[in-house]
Design a protein around this ligand. Structure first.
Ligand code: ZN
Length: 322
Protein backbone atom coordinates (compact mmCIF):
# COMPACT_ATOMS: atom_id res chain seq x y z
CA UNK A 1 0.00 0.00 0.00
CA UNK A 2 2.79 2.36 0.95
CA UNK A 3 4.68 1.44 -2.21
CA UNK A 4 1.62 1.89 -4.38
CA UNK A 5 1.02 5.38 -2.97
CA UNK A 6 4.63 6.34 -3.47
CA UNK A 7 4.45 5.26 -7.10
CA UNK A 8 1.24 7.05 -7.93
CA UNK A 9 1.80 10.23 -5.97
CA UNK A 10 5.49 11.22 -6.08
CA UNK A 11 4.41 14.78 -5.17
CA UNK A 12 3.46 13.51 -1.71
CA UNK A 13 7.15 12.85 -1.01
CA UNK A 14 7.61 14.45 2.40
CA UNK A 15 11.38 14.66 2.03
CA UNK A 16 11.12 17.64 -0.34
CA UNK A 17 12.05 20.86 1.42
CA UNK A 18 12.01 24.44 0.18
CA UNK A 19 15.33 26.24 0.68
CA UNK A 20 14.04 29.41 2.34
CA UNK A 21 13.36 32.60 0.40
CA UNK A 22 14.48 32.73 -3.24
CA UNK A 23 13.62 36.39 -3.93
CA UNK A 24 11.18 39.10 -2.93
CA UNK A 25 9.71 41.26 -5.70
CA UNK A 26 8.46 44.79 -5.03
CA UNK A 27 7.30 47.86 -6.95
CA UNK A 28 9.13 51.15 -7.42
CA UNK A 29 8.05 54.33 -9.16
CA UNK A 30 11.60 55.69 -9.21
CA UNK A 31 14.27 53.37 -10.60
CA UNK A 32 17.19 55.83 -10.18
CA UNK A 33 16.29 56.44 -6.52
CA UNK A 34 15.77 52.71 -6.03
CA UNK A 35 19.21 51.87 -7.43
CA UNK A 36 20.79 54.54 -5.24
CA UNK A 37 19.13 53.27 -2.06
CA UNK A 38 19.68 49.53 -2.50
CA UNK A 39 23.22 49.75 -3.89
CA UNK A 40 24.93 52.92 -2.61
CA UNK A 41 23.22 53.05 0.78
CA UNK A 42 22.32 49.42 1.66
CA UNK A 43 25.33 48.02 -0.18
CA UNK A 44 23.65 45.37 -2.31
CA UNK A 45 24.90 44.65 -5.82
CA UNK A 46 22.72 45.36 -8.86
CA UNK A 47 23.05 41.90 -10.42
CA UNK A 48 20.57 42.08 -13.27
CA UNK A 49 19.07 45.00 -15.15
CA UNK A 50 16.31 43.59 -17.29
CA UNK A 51 12.61 44.09 -18.08
CA UNK A 52 9.41 42.68 -16.64
CA UNK A 53 8.77 39.58 -18.75
CA UNK A 54 5.02 40.17 -18.48
CA UNK A 55 5.37 43.87 -19.48
CA UNK A 56 8.71 44.47 -21.25
CA UNK A 57 8.32 48.27 -21.30
CA UNK A 58 9.28 48.47 -17.61
CA UNK A 59 12.44 47.58 -15.75
CA UNK A 60 12.93 44.58 -13.57
CA UNK A 61 15.91 45.32 -11.32
CA UNK A 62 17.54 42.61 -9.20
CA UNK A 63 19.76 43.39 -6.19
CA UNK A 64 21.62 40.68 -4.31
CA UNK A 65 24.98 39.60 -2.94
CA UNK A 66 28.19 39.53 -4.99
CA UNK A 67 27.22 36.29 -6.79
CA UNK A 68 23.57 37.16 -7.40
CA UNK A 69 22.45 34.34 -5.10
CA UNK A 70 18.93 33.24 -4.41
CA UNK A 71 18.34 34.03 -0.75
CA UNK A 72 19.69 37.57 -1.08
CA UNK A 73 17.74 38.77 -4.07
CA UNK A 74 15.31 41.69 -3.71
CA UNK A 75 13.84 42.74 -7.04
CA UNK A 76 11.75 45.67 -8.27
CA UNK A 77 9.40 46.28 -11.14
CA UNK A 78 9.66 49.95 -12.09
CA UNK A 79 6.45 51.73 -13.07
CA UNK A 80 7.79 55.26 -13.59
CA UNK A 81 5.91 57.73 -11.40
CA UNK A 82 3.71 54.99 -9.87
CA UNK A 83 1.72 56.29 -6.94
CA UNK A 84 2.71 55.13 -3.50
CA UNK A 85 0.86 52.05 -2.30
CA UNK A 86 0.36 50.72 1.19
CA UNK A 87 0.38 47.19 2.55
CA UNK A 88 -2.91 45.74 3.74
CA UNK A 89 -4.44 42.33 4.37
CA UNK A 90 -2.99 39.69 2.06
CA UNK A 91 0.22 41.63 1.36
CA UNK A 92 3.78 41.31 2.64
CA UNK A 93 4.51 44.43 4.72
CA UNK A 94 8.14 44.01 5.73
CA UNK A 95 11.29 42.35 4.46
CA UNK A 96 14.06 41.45 6.90
CA UNK A 97 17.75 41.06 6.02
CA UNK A 98 20.21 39.31 8.31
CA UNK A 99 23.17 41.02 9.89
CA UNK A 100 25.80 39.38 12.11
CA UNK A 101 25.71 41.35 15.35
CA UNK A 102 24.50 44.28 17.42
CA UNK A 103 27.72 46.00 16.29
CA UNK A 104 26.40 45.74 12.74
CA UNK A 105 23.16 47.38 13.88
CA UNK A 106 25.27 50.20 15.44
CA UNK A 107 26.95 50.68 12.05
CA UNK A 108 23.63 50.76 10.19
CA UNK A 109 21.94 53.03 12.70
CA UNK A 110 24.72 55.57 12.18
CA UNK A 111 24.95 55.12 8.40
CA UNK A 112 21.21 55.33 7.74
CA UNK A 113 20.68 58.23 10.12
CA UNK A 114 23.53 60.01 8.34
CA UNK A 115 21.60 59.56 5.08
CA UNK A 116 18.53 61.17 6.64
CA UNK A 117 16.68 57.85 6.94
CA UNK A 118 14.58 57.39 10.09
CA UNK A 119 15.36 54.16 11.95
CA UNK A 120 13.89 52.43 14.99
CA UNK A 121 16.29 50.36 17.07
CA UNK A 122 15.04 47.41 19.07
CA UNK A 123 17.02 44.58 20.67
CA UNK A 124 18.46 42.56 17.79
CA UNK A 125 16.65 44.62 15.17
CA UNK A 126 16.66 47.90 13.25
CA UNK A 127 13.50 48.97 11.45
CA UNK A 128 13.38 51.43 8.57
CA UNK A 129 11.54 52.17 5.36
CA UNK A 130 12.99 52.51 1.89
CA UNK A 131 12.47 55.91 0.15
CA UNK A 132 9.03 54.79 -1.06
CA UNK A 133 7.83 53.46 2.28
CA UNK A 134 8.61 49.75 1.92
CA UNK A 135 9.10 48.24 5.39
CA UNK A 136 12.59 46.85 5.92
CA UNK A 137 14.32 45.32 8.93
CA UNK A 138 17.90 44.42 9.67
CA UNK A 139 17.86 41.49 12.10
CA UNK A 140 20.74 39.95 14.05
CA UNK A 141 20.74 36.29 13.05
CA UNK A 142 22.90 33.42 14.22
CA UNK A 143 21.68 30.78 11.79
CA UNK A 144 24.54 28.78 10.23
CA UNK A 145 23.50 29.61 6.64
CA UNK A 146 26.26 30.93 4.38
CA UNK A 147 26.34 34.75 4.59
CA UNK A 148 25.39 36.23 1.21
CA UNK A 149 27.36 39.47 1.10
CA UNK A 150 28.00 42.12 -1.55
CA UNK A 151 31.15 44.23 -1.66
CA UNK A 152 30.91 47.97 -1.07
CA UNK A 153 33.76 50.44 -0.47
CA UNK A 154 32.13 51.96 2.64
CA UNK A 155 30.60 48.85 4.21
CA UNK A 156 32.93 46.34 5.94
CA UNK A 157 31.88 42.78 5.11
CA UNK A 158 31.44 41.90 8.81
CA UNK A 159 28.56 44.39 9.11
CA UNK A 160 27.13 43.98 5.59
CA UNK A 161 23.70 42.54 4.87
CA UNK A 162 23.90 38.72 4.66
CA UNK A 163 20.74 37.71 2.80
CA UNK A 164 17.10 37.45 3.80
CA UNK A 165 16.00 36.62 7.32
CA UNK A 166 12.29 36.55 6.46
CA UNK A 167 9.19 38.41 5.42
CA UNK A 168 6.03 39.32 7.34
CA UNK A 169 2.56 39.76 5.86
CA UNK A 170 -0.80 41.04 7.08
CA UNK A 171 -3.63 38.57 7.66
CA UNK A 172 -6.81 38.84 9.72
CA UNK A 173 -6.97 35.05 9.97
CA UNK A 174 -3.56 33.36 9.67
CA UNK A 175 -5.14 30.01 10.56
CA UNK A 176 -6.53 29.90 7.03
CA UNK A 177 -2.95 29.52 5.76
CA UNK A 178 -1.71 27.01 8.36
CA UNK A 179 -2.58 23.82 6.46
CA UNK A 180 -0.97 25.03 3.25
CA UNK A 181 2.16 26.22 4.99
CA UNK A 182 2.67 23.17 7.18
CA UNK A 183 1.20 20.25 5.28
CA UNK A 184 1.81 21.28 1.69
CA UNK A 185 4.90 23.54 1.76
CA UNK A 186 6.68 21.98 4.75
CA UNK A 187 6.97 25.14 6.88
CA UNK A 188 7.71 24.46 10.56
CA UNK A 189 5.48 26.25 13.09
CA UNK A 190 7.36 28.66 15.33
CA UNK A 191 4.46 29.57 17.61
CA UNK A 192 1.55 31.90 16.97
CA UNK A 193 1.47 33.09 13.38
CA UNK A 194 5.17 32.44 12.74
CA UNK A 195 6.89 29.78 10.67
CA UNK A 196 10.33 28.78 9.41
CA UNK A 197 10.94 27.07 6.09
CA UNK A 198 14.33 25.36 5.97
CA UNK A 199 16.06 23.11 3.47
CA UNK A 200 19.48 21.50 3.28
CA UNK A 201 21.37 24.78 2.79
CA UNK A 202 19.16 27.73 3.80
CA UNK A 203 16.10 28.72 5.73
CA UNK A 204 13.84 31.72 6.06
CA UNK A 205 11.09 33.03 8.31
CA UNK A 206 7.49 33.84 7.47
CA UNK A 207 4.88 35.38 9.73
CA UNK A 208 1.60 37.27 9.86
CA UNK A 209 0.55 40.36 11.77
CA UNK A 210 -3.00 41.73 12.19
CA UNK A 211 -3.81 44.00 9.25
CA UNK A 212 -4.47 47.73 9.51
CA UNK A 213 -8.08 48.87 9.14
CA UNK A 214 -7.45 50.39 5.70
CA UNK A 215 -7.36 48.08 2.70
CA UNK A 216 -4.04 47.54 0.98
CA UNK A 217 -3.21 49.49 -2.16
CA UNK A 218 -0.68 48.01 -4.58
CA UNK A 219 1.81 50.62 -5.75
CA UNK A 220 5.30 52.00 -5.22
CA UNK A 221 6.80 50.80 -1.97
CA UNK A 222 4.77 47.60 -1.75
CA UNK A 223 5.73 43.95 -2.14
CA UNK A 224 4.36 42.18 -5.21
CA UNK A 225 5.23 38.60 -4.26
CA UNK A 226 7.60 36.42 -2.29
CA UNK A 227 9.34 33.47 -3.94
CA UNK A 228 10.44 30.37 -2.05
CA UNK A 229 13.42 28.39 -3.34
CA UNK A 230 13.15 24.90 -4.83
CA UNK A 231 15.86 22.64 -6.14
CA UNK A 232 15.77 22.18 -9.92
CA UNK A 233 14.85 18.50 -9.54
CA UNK A 234 11.87 18.99 -7.22
CA UNK A 235 10.26 22.00 -8.87
CA UNK A 236 7.67 20.21 -10.99
CA UNK A 237 6.73 17.99 -8.06
CA UNK A 238 6.10 21.14 -6.00
CA UNK A 239 3.81 22.44 -8.71
CA UNK A 240 1.84 19.18 -8.64
CA UNK A 241 1.74 19.14 -4.85
CA UNK A 242 0.31 22.69 -4.72
CA UNK A 243 -2.22 21.81 -7.43
CA UNK A 244 -3.14 18.66 -5.52
CA UNK A 245 -3.95 20.82 -2.49
CA UNK A 246 -6.43 22.79 -4.59
CA UNK A 247 -4.41 26.02 -4.84
CA UNK A 248 -4.54 26.46 -8.64
CA UNK A 249 -0.86 27.19 -9.34
CA UNK A 250 0.29 28.43 -12.74
CA UNK A 251 2.13 25.97 -14.95
CA UNK A 252 5.92 26.10 -14.67
CA UNK A 253 7.00 29.35 -16.38
CA UNK A 254 10.54 29.65 -17.75
CA UNK A 255 11.99 32.97 -16.49
CA UNK A 256 15.32 32.14 -18.15
CA UNK A 257 17.43 32.69 -14.98
CA UNK A 258 15.08 30.44 -13.02
CA UNK A 259 11.74 28.68 -13.42
CA UNK A 260 8.63 29.85 -11.61
CA UNK A 261 5.24 28.70 -10.38
CA UNK A 262 2.81 31.24 -8.89
CA UNK A 263 -0.24 30.87 -6.68
CA UNK A 264 -2.09 32.90 -4.10
CA UNK A 265 -1.99 31.40 -0.59
CA UNK A 266 -5.19 31.37 1.50
CA UNK A 267 -4.40 34.66 3.30
CA UNK A 268 -4.04 36.34 -0.09
CA UNK A 269 -0.27 36.70 -0.40
CA UNK A 270 1.09 35.95 -3.88
CA UNK A 271 3.61 33.10 -3.55
CA UNK A 272 6.08 31.91 -6.15
CA UNK A 273 8.19 28.76 -6.13
CA UNK A 274 11.43 29.46 -8.01
CA UNK A 275 14.31 27.16 -8.92
CA UNK A 276 17.85 27.51 -7.57
CA UNK A 277 19.20 27.75 -11.10
CA UNK A 278 20.35 28.24 -13.79
CA UNK A 279 21.19 31.63 -12.18
CA UNK A 280 22.17 35.13 -13.26
CA UNK A 281 25.61 34.26 -14.60
CA UNK A 282 24.08 32.19 -17.40
CA UNK A 283 24.16 35.17 -19.81
CA UNK A 284 26.62 37.63 -18.25
CA UNK A 285 30.20 37.59 -17.06
CA UNK A 286 29.96 37.35 -13.24
CA UNK A 287 32.40 40.29 -13.06
CA UNK A 288 29.97 42.53 -14.91
CA UNK A 289 26.54 41.49 -13.63
CA UNK A 290 23.96 44.24 -13.86
CA UNK A 291 26.04 46.72 -15.88
CA UNK A 292 24.07 46.59 -19.10
CA UNK A 293 20.46 45.93 -20.05
CA UNK A 294 20.03 42.18 -20.42
CA UNK A 295 17.04 40.79 -22.29
CA UNK A 296 16.13 37.12 -22.21
CA UNK A 297 16.50 35.58 -25.71
CA UNK A 298 12.74 35.66 -26.29
CA UNK A 299 12.79 39.47 -25.82
CA UNK A 300 16.04 40.37 -27.59
CA UNK A 301 14.24 41.26 -30.85
CA UNK A 302 12.40 44.03 -28.96
CA UNK A 303 15.60 45.75 -27.77
CA UNK A 304 15.39 48.72 -30.17
CA UNK A 305 11.85 49.44 -28.95
CA UNK A 306 12.50 48.78 -25.26
CA UNK A 307 15.75 50.63 -24.63
CA UNK A 308 14.52 54.16 -25.56
CA UNK A 309 11.53 54.02 -23.18
CA UNK A 310 13.45 52.87 -20.09
CA UNK A 311 14.64 55.40 -17.51
CA UNK A 312 18.43 55.87 -17.85
CA UNK A 313 20.24 54.44 -14.81
CA UNK A 314 23.65 55.17 -13.35
CA UNK A 315 25.84 52.13 -12.91
CA UNK A 316 26.71 52.45 -9.20
CA UNK A 317 29.97 50.52 -9.51
CA UNK A 318 31.23 52.85 -12.23
CA UNK A 319 30.66 55.74 -9.82
CA UNK A 320 32.77 54.04 -7.11
CA UNK A 321 35.60 53.46 -9.57
CA UNK A 322 35.76 57.19 -10.24
ZN1 ZN B 1 9.31 36.41 -8.69
Amino acid sequence: MQDKQATERPEADTTMQLEGIHHVTCITGDAPGNVDFYTRILGLRLVKKTVNQDDPTVYHLFYADEQGSAGADITFFEYPGARGGRAGAGMVHSVAFRVASEDALDFWEERLTGEGIAVRREPGRLRLEDPEGLGLELAVSRVPDEPLVALHPEIPTDVALRGFDGVRAFSADPERSRRLLEEVLGFTPGGGADWEVRGAARGGLYGYDPPPAAAGVPGAGTVHHVAWASTMDEHEAWQRRVAGAGLRPTPVIDRFWFRSVYFREPSGVLFELATLGPGFAIDEDPEHLGESLILPPAFEHLRSQIEPVLTPLQDPRAAWAR
